[in-house]
Design a protein around this ligand. Structure first.
Ligand SMILES: *[C@@H]1O[C@H](CO)[C@@H](O)[C@H](O)[C@H]1NC(C)=O
Ligand SMILES: *[C@@H]1O[C@H](CO)[C@@H](O)[C@H](O)[C@H]1NC(C)=O
Ligand SMILES: *[C@@H]1O[C@H](CO)[C@@H](O)[C@H](O)[C@H]1NC(C)=O
Ligand SMILES: *[C@@H]1O[C@H](CO)[C@@H](O)[C@H](O)[C@H]1NC(C)=O
Ligand SMILES: *[C@@H]1O[C@H](CO)[C@@H](O)[C@H](O)[C@H]1NC(C)=O
Ligand SMILES: *[C@@H]1O[C@H](CO)[C@@H](O)[C@H](O)[C@H]1NC(C)=O
Length: 427
């Protein structure tokens, strides 16, 4: 019995020794952490922040739950050898300074998150030393200059967040090598020029480059991976060469936002029958027409369509009301004319459409009866700023704006003769 106890104690003691010994941090990792702390302006390290607890009088990984080194890092307590730092996630405590010139020799780091601070200077080329990095977030800082080519040599990178900085130039072609990348965010920077070929990123499902100044897709508009689920290039300077048809082959795409660009021409109907697309936003462009799809079949999963603030001519497309899952349709501020198709009104009265915005066009004629019976609050509908002969404010969808004047409507040269207001009133 005694022997057994002795054995158990001995084993426990050996284990506890192993744990104590192995929780010491690899000296190279300590150096890298010291480098990082030194590069931060000391004035920006305030009481209560993570970095103030980084006191190198104790071993970082060994004191991870003590009063010193209480936050910001994670270590891998491997049983063989010394502990390695595997994660640095600093708090957004307003740290300033430049991390450009440090060597980033942390070969076991898989997460680096410095988001929500005021770090400046260029992005460090040396980030490529983080060979096991899976997640890099430098969002919401003040980084400038271009995205370094070297980021393309992080073979395990899955998430890359560079949004909300002041980065310029384009996206380096080298990033097309990041074959594990799933989520890539560069919105809210000053990136410009030609969009690179990213067609090899076979795992990329979310890409956001909104609020930049990209002007073209270069010679290859089909340069995007077909794995994409969500793609946004809202508020760039994209011109006519990129069209919704370029997204038809992306069988996983659910969200497409190309609003606030300079896209022009016809919106082809096929995009509305896309097999997976749910949200399409082409608002604030210069599109001039919507073509009906060649097949009248009712299909697709599209739920929300926003074509507002374009220059789209013609009658309201009836096929839009035949899309089985459509519940929000905005066609505001275009040049639509003709009468409101009864099928639109029917969709609202049967609660299929929860939102129907038709304001700011040249629609005329009577308000379809089914619409008159829709209770306020049951749907969001607007018909203001059109050429409707009567749109009394007793109807909620007539509130918030008046109809255009008769003169404005008559002058509207795009109204075909057979739909003229005069003929309409006679009828
Ligand atoms: C922990 O940090 C405080 C200052 O934040 C320091 O006064 C103290 O000596 C440190 N503890 C150890 C064990 O070094
Ligand atoms: C980084 O190194 C470059 C080249 O040696 C130097 O010009 C620059 O001032 C350094 N930046 C900082 C913030 O130390
Ligand atoms: C477009 O992006 C610029 C910055 O790139 C920003 O200043 C502007 O407010 C954005 N416009 C819209 C409508 O989002
Ligand atoms: C965007 O790029 C165009 C050139 O393509 C340039 O004329 C324009 O000034 C840029 N806009 C901004 C806000 O930088
Ligand atoms: C479409 O984009 C515009 C501008 O970016 C935005 O204001 C609007 O809310 C978006 N529409 C939908 C349905 O998300
Ligand atoms: C579209 O409607 C069908 C049938 O009502 C439904 O099975 C499907 O989930 C809907 N799709 C979306 C994206 O809501």
């Amino acid at each position: 019995m005694k022997q057994v106890h002795f054995l158990i104690n001995a084993i426990l003691c050996v284990l506890c020794l192993v744990v104590v010994v192995d929780s010491r941090t690899h000296p190279r990792d300590i150096e890298a952490l010291q480098d990082l702390k030194r590069s931060i302006d000391s004035k920006s390290i305030r009481p209560g922040s993570c970095l103030i607890s980084w006191d190198f009088s104790v071993d970082p990984c060994d004191h991870i739950f003590s009063a010193n080194f209480t936050c910001g890092i994670r270590c891998d307590f491997s049983l063989a050898g010394l502990s390695r730092v595997t994660e640095i996630s600093l708090d957004g405590a307003g740290y300033s300074g430049s991390v450009t010139n440090i060597t980033w020799l942390l070969p076991y780091l898989h997460t680096l998150d410095l988001s929500g601070n005021s770090l400046s200077g260029s992005l460090p080329e040396s980030l490529s030393n983080l060979i096991r990095l899976r997640r890099l977030s430098l969002s919401k800082n003040s980084f400038t200059l271009s995205i370094p080519n070297s980021l393309g040599s992080l073979p395990h990178l899955e998430e890359l967040y560079l949004d909300d900085n002041q980065l310029s130039g384009s996206i380096p072609l080298s990033l097309n090598k990041l074959s594990h990348l799933k989520d890539f965010a560069v919105q809210q920077n000053q990136l410009s020029g030609e969009f690179p070929f990213l067609g090899s990123l076979n795992n990329l499902y979310s890409f956001d480059a909104s609020n930049n100044n990209f002007s073209s897709f270069g010679s290859n508009p089909l340069s995007l991976p077909i794995s994409l689920i969500s793609f946004s290039m809202r508020n760039n300077s994209l011109k006519g060469e990129i069209m919704p048809t370029h997204f038809l082959h992306m069988q996983n795409l659910q969200v497409l936002d190309l609003s606030y660009n300079e896209l022009a021409g016809a919106i082809t109907g096929e995009i509305f029958h896309h097999p997976s697309l749910q949200q399409l936003n082409l608002s604030h462009n210069q599109f001039s027409s919507v073509k009906s799809p060649s097949s009248r079949e009712q299909r697709g999963n599209i739920v929300a369509v926003d074509l507002s603030y374009n220059q789209i001519n013609g009658l309201l497309p009836k096929f839009l009301a035949e899309l089985p899952n459509l519940s929000a349709l905005s066609l505001e501020h275009n040049r639509f004319t003709g009468m409101i198709p009864p099928v639109y009104a029917l969709k609202v009265s049967t609660a299929s459409f929860q939102r129907l915005l038709l304001g700011g066009n040249y629609l005329f004629g009577p308000i379809p009866d089914p619409l008159k019976r829709v209770e306020p609050g049951s749907a969001t509908v607007s018909l203001v700023d059109n050429c409707l002969y009567t749109c009394p404010v007793s109807f909620f969808f007539c509130q918030g704006g008046v109809q255009k004047s008769l003169i404005q409507c008559k002058r509207w040269h795009l109204i075909p003769k057979e739909f003229s207001l005069v003929n309409q009133l006679k009828a």
